[in-house]
Write a protein that binds this ligand. Sequence first.
Ligand code: FEO
Length: 426
Amino acid sequence: MSAFALENTEGKPVAVALSERVHWVGAFDPDLRTFDIILKTANGTSYNAYVVRGNAGVAIIDTVKEEFADEFFARLESIADYSEITVIVLNHLEPDHTGALPELMKRAPQAQLYISQKAQSMLKGLLKQDEISFIPVLTGDTVSLGDRSLYFLHTPYLHWPDTQCTYVPEEKTLFSGDVFGCHFCDKRLFNNETGDFRFSFEYYYAHIMRPFKEYVLRALELIEPLPLKLIAPTHGPILRDRPERYIQRYRQLSSPGLHSELSPNQKTLLIFYISSYGNTRRMAEAIYKGAMQVQDVRVSLYDLEGGEVSPFVDLIEDADGLILGTPTINGDAPKPIWDLLSSLTVVNLKSKLGGVFGSYGWTGEGVRLVEDRLRGLKLRVPIPGLRVKLIPTVDEIMECEAFGLELAQELMGLRENKIINFADLA
Ligand code: FEO
């Protein structure tokens, strides 16, 4: 059993000490099964909020989802009077952390609100008030509570553009917002006492942080030098046992994988296709052949019918270029193509090279639809999609080879605005 109580003898929620001066005043949501429409959780989540007490002020760091405000206020009242609160910090404005803010501002009107620079417009949208008093902060800004202080770290996109972390050097404690969090509800609260939450930690990273790996790496540059005794995220276990392990894991998960195996001048081009009668497959093989003519392009060819989506997403995340081959069935690309494309929202595809091709029988909309989707995912699609009606002829196969060659040249910065001589490809 844990050494702390979550309720007093009357059954009222109380604060939990992380140290003499830092308390947890969050709430448990064990019945939640889906978060933000897309994230699953098998045992709910927690909304973690904290109180830091200095000898010249008290800070509240984050709040909870609105439905859990009563639990938050009960815990807060067990450790501080509203009149003592001098500072409210919002590390992230998503409603699961700001639901109790309007009421907190009413109960502690003297408290000064601190948010990140990028949170300003969001705060106005959230509170729907014309006059809101707040102080925007950036990395390096500090607030004194007397013998405790708050040091802000700007960590945008983790998980929204507004996000920041708050560090208390005198406690060696990082209030990390969603960073290092997970949807895992366990009243034992601390990572050395809860059940095994590794799956939730990895799952949370994969869905929330993975699209923003470059921002994770920038945040780690700020976090890694800090002396740390404890990481206090807004969801899931509080990381007091070897918190550095979670920082190291974020670095591993955010560091490029495939590129470490490539020589510096190599680039990767992936071709995926699905084919009903072998025609789109013939096009794919010809495009593959054309692309392989360009030195230092590492080309791979995959039939979507023969693989699971998840490892393909991993490959695409690390690749420099992506070419998709799709037939058209009933005026659309078939489901395996859309399954792959819808799974790509968890990775950053910005500025990767894209291309689309496919054989069709009647109208051939599939290629154009997939092209539009690639552009929507922020890939560069510099060459119009290549379509062939039913069985490709010898000339059309050569056109496919030229298409592959051009895309590979584009990838290497070698493409010129020239007319391809098909005889060169024979
Ligand atoms: Fe826990 Fe992004 O809110």
